[in-house]
Design a binder for this molecule. Structure first.
Ligand code: HEM
Ligand code: HEM
Length: 191
């Protein structure tokens, strides 16, 4: 029986200098599920009317602050550890788009939770009691309630949430395109 040859893995991606470091991979893949849950919980809180609503706030806000801490650590680390060079054949336009999307994702990973934090404080709902950080730790009230400001911040948090979801869509579509069509091993750099 004839055995189909294994699909060749682009050698360029298997060289250590073309791989993200394991720290970069850990930062990346810890962020993915946490951000997925933060986005989904944020978008669904408004539809929850019973006692679980407060649990959703606690989950969403705690995860959001943990994501902020992770993003700050990640950025600090990233500034001192440049990523592996992109494959030489990639056109300039693709490089610019990929770098632009990565930069926008990093920016939103910081700005979005900060905006959420100010939103809930401006509503007059600091992370205390039912919505304490991790369900346990009461955080100090950061400001007096300012409902007018809260509405504007909420609006910004909502728009950036959808922008983040759209950027992740573009990012994942780009990865799938490179992996399945170009077969240039881009995904393997991050695995
Ligand atoms: C990366 C982290 C975060 C993401 C991706 C995120 C995303 C979202 C999204 C998509 C929404 C729905 C917006 C809408 O109402 O249309 C939302 C709502 C909200 N988020 Fe976040 N959020 C994050 C972090 C935080 C943090 C850290 C806090 C507070 C400490 C927070 C507080 C809120 C509040 C109070 C709402 C309004 C929920 C409601 O009553 O409908 N978020 N978030
Ligand atoms: C959930 C949200 C995600 C966020 C916020 C995110 C964020 C990022 C960022 C900021 C980078 C750039 C890393 C750097 O150069 O420092 C990156 C790289 C990468 N991501 Fe994601 N990512 C997400 C989801 C995914 C998913 C689901 C996949 C796979 C299907 C993926 C595949 C990749 C790959 C392959 C790279 C390396 C690209 C290259 O070769 O330079 N990402 N991601």
């Amino acid at each position: 029986m004839e055995v189909a040859p294994a699909r060749p893995v682009p050698a360029v991606t298997l060289r250590p200098e073309n791989q993200y470091t394991s720290a970069a991979k850990w930062f990346h893949w810890l962020t993915v599920p946490a951000l997925g849950i933060a986005l989904l919980s944020g978008m669904t809180i408004r539809f929850i009317v019973d006692d679980t609503k407060m649990a959703f706030y606690a989950l969403h806000e705690s995860l959001g602050l943990l994501l902020l801490a992770l993003a700050v650590l990640r950025l600090g680390w990233r500034l001192r550890h440049p990523p592996p060079a992109l494959a030489a054949h990639l056109p300039r336009a693709i490089r610019i788009v990929a770098d632009g999307v990565h930069l926008a994702l990093y920016t939103l990973l910081i700005v979005q939770p900060v905006l959420g934090f100010f939103t809930t404080n401006a509503y007059g709902f600091p992370q205390q009691g039912d919505t304490a950080f991790l369900g346990l730790i009461d955080l100090p009230a950061f400001m007096n309630a300012r409902p007018d400001l809260a509405l504007q911040l909420h609006w910004g948090h909502s728009i950036l949430g959808w922008l983040l979801a759209a950027l992740i869509g573009v990012h994942v579509a780009g990865t799938v395109y490179h992996h399945a069509w170009q077969k240039d091993g881009t995904l393997l750099r991050m695995l």
